[in-house]
Design a protein around this ligand. Structure first.
Ligand SMILES: Nc1ncnc2c1ncn2[C@@H]1O[C@H](COP(=O)(O)OP(=O)(O)OP(=O)(O)O)[C@@H](O)[C@H]1O
Length: 288
């Protein structure tokens, strides 16, 4: 691990909840740009991101973020000032206005100069297109607006590191597109770690992808590299495959199958989702 100022370095990270192992010696390295964490439910993504956001102490392993060690109290405090974290289930105070909610979080972040803080709150609300909702009560915002409000608070203080846990959940396709544009803009010069179940988000947005399975990083590379792992194992056929392999009916009425070549099938160009599904199939087989 060779951490620089804008690098995320994680080595042999472990975390257990009682007898359940959530992180099993996970390694991760990420620099500026957007890195996607893909993985099924329970893979350990949220646990990893909580450890990185300093809201959960790991049982073992090493973390270096922006050159700082979160295990050290003074460095942890500095780190908290320099990172933005969007938790999976952000808490909202429904009776606050959008402005009051973000202002409250800014106060918790020790932004003590009232005038400068208010200007910063207005800036982050504008970043997520909520400037005209500043005076609206949180309970009156739509689900997508609430998600953007939660994202706004991560931008307070213009952090160098953004940790986003499933930020596109609950967004409609248009909001998702706008969100992608915002994140890719923020990823220029910053380090963004983003967990998602959406392979489309990874293909559209991420320079790097880490697939988490069973508490470990089972793939690290580019989205194109993940797609390439499926080369020679993706097929299109006119009929449903006879075997027990994974397949689905596509919009053009043909069947897309993964794994062995079904009879009469033609090879198809693999995508990120194909690589991901095959990789997890292998992971499941190993775990079984
Ligand atoms: N507070 C907790 N107490 C006990 N077990 C937990 C706790 N939090 C997570 N786990 C377990 O740890 C494992 C990893 O969970 P985690 O939430 O990190 O996965 P995830 O990849 O984020 O899943 P999802 O995509 O569903 O959010 C799971 O088996 C989960 O049940």
């Amino acid at each position: 691990m060779n951490p620089t100022d804008t690098t995320v370095g994680v080595r042999a990270l472990t975390k257990r909840y009682g007898s359940r192992t959530a992180l099993a010696a996970l390694d991760l390295a990420a620099g500026p740009g957007v890195t996607g964490l893909l993985g099924p439910n329970g893979a350990g993504k949220t646990t990893l991101l909580r450890c990185l956001a300093t809201t959960l102490a790991p049982d073992g392993g090493e973390i270096r973020l922006l050159g700082l060690d979160p295990a050290d109290r003074a460095q942890r405090t500095e780190l908290r000032r320099r990172l933005g974290y969007l938790p999976q289930d952000p808490g909202f105070y429904p009776h606050f206005t959008a402005f009051e909610l973000v202002d409250y979080i800014a106060i918790l972040k020790e932004m003590n100069d009232r005038r400068a803080r208010h200007a910063e709150v207005r800036r982050v609300l504008a970043e997520v297109d909520l400037a005209d909702r500043a005076a609206t009560k949180v309970r009156k915002l739509s689900g997508g607006m609430k998600q953007r409000l939660a994202f706004a608070q991560t931008l307070l203080g213009d952090p160098e590191l953004l940790i986003l846990d499933e930020p596109t959940v609950g967004l409609d396709p248009e909001q998702r597109m706008r969100f992608r544009a915002l994140v890719s803009r923020l990823g220029e010069g910053r380090t963004v770690l983003l967990s998602t179940h959406q392979t489309e988000d990874v293909a559209a947005l991420c320079e790097r992808v880490v697939v988490v399975g069973g508490g470990r990083a089972v793939f690290t590379g580019t989205p194109a590299g993940l797609a390439a792992t499926a080369a020679g194992q993706v097929w299109l056929s006119e009929r449903p495959p006879a075997g027990r392999q994974l397949f689905w009916r596509t919009a053009d009425g043909r069947y897309r199958a993964l794994g062995e070549r079904p009879e009469g099938a033609e090879p198809a160009v693999p995508g990120v989702e194909d690589g991901y599904l095959l990789l997890l199939g292998d992971t499941a087989a190993v775990a079984a």
